[in-house]
Design a protein around this ligand. Sequence first.
Ligand code: ADP
Ligand code: TRP
Length: 311
Amino acid sequence: MKRLFTGLQPSGDAIHIGNYFGALKPFLGLYEGYESLLCVVDYHALTTIRDPEVLRKNTIHVAKAYLAVGVDPSKAIIFRQSAVAAHTELAWIFECLVTVPFLMQSHAYKDKTAKGLEATAGLFNYPMLMASDILLYDTDIVPVGKDQEQHLEYARDVAGKFNRSYSKIFKEPETHIQKEVAVVPGIDGEKMSKSYKNTIPLFAPEDEVRDAIMKIMTDSDATIPQNVHAIHSLFKNSSELDSLYSENKGNYKFLKDALANDLLEYFSDARKSYNTLSDSKVETILKEGEERANSIAEAKMREVRKAIGVR
Ligand code: ADP
Ligand code: TRP
């Protein structure tokens, strides 16, 4: 069976409906056809988070979100990156193979430091840790958003360099870019994103979800509120929406209530499941995943250590 690997950073705030349509839902459609690994990459998030409690909570939140939307833990290996020491070990080995100018080409590094993120060596080496995540498991495909394309090229490049420098140990993975995934707009009409504070959270209490929807910006010309309509179209087909919106032109409160009801209905099972999953249940699942991931990663590391001449 081919292997799929994807990583999610437990950074930032709560999972929102943009994350659902852009990442969770596509993963659900794909993962059962592969031996799938879903890794909560907490060491990557260490490039932005310095509060241990926040990092712990976000890690559980992200894993719980995947379980709540329907990922079956018996069909995917769900685990924390920090629980498999081989990820950081292999990253060091890769860092000794690549050059500073090569890493300097990273768009993500340039963007993040331009936005004011501290230029730590960890942030600079980020692509090598990500390459380790992927290559440790002989991954065939990596489903990610378009912004991760260069990171996948880094992974293929370092795999090739290792294979040429030592012996042919690593498989060069295929990127699976989810082009078809539309950008979900936020409550201000821009891309929904944690960093823009314009999200509709997926698992927040009902009143918070409704409040976020009530805050969707609307034009004042008493016609069809485009921002509300755009989000609503994720939940209802266009013929149903057309009549609803033309019959209720200008009645923003009514249309927002209708959107809130449809959204809550659509996510009803996921939200129930999120609220019934205890943190300790998630910990148990992460622990099981960690054991399975470790056994694959350790076998690979034995080959790697032998190839490079360390113990
Ligand atoms: P955010 O922009 O909120 O920080 P992340 O960068 O952590 O989100 O993205 C996590 C995943 O969710 C990625 O696969 C990304 O492509 C997807 N995603 C995030 N926001 C959106 C959106 N508005 N529309 C579609 N997909 C999104
Ligand atoms: N860099 C990815 C992101 O920001 C997260 C990530 C880390 C990842 N390791 C990975 C994604 C391995 C896919 C495979 O979204």
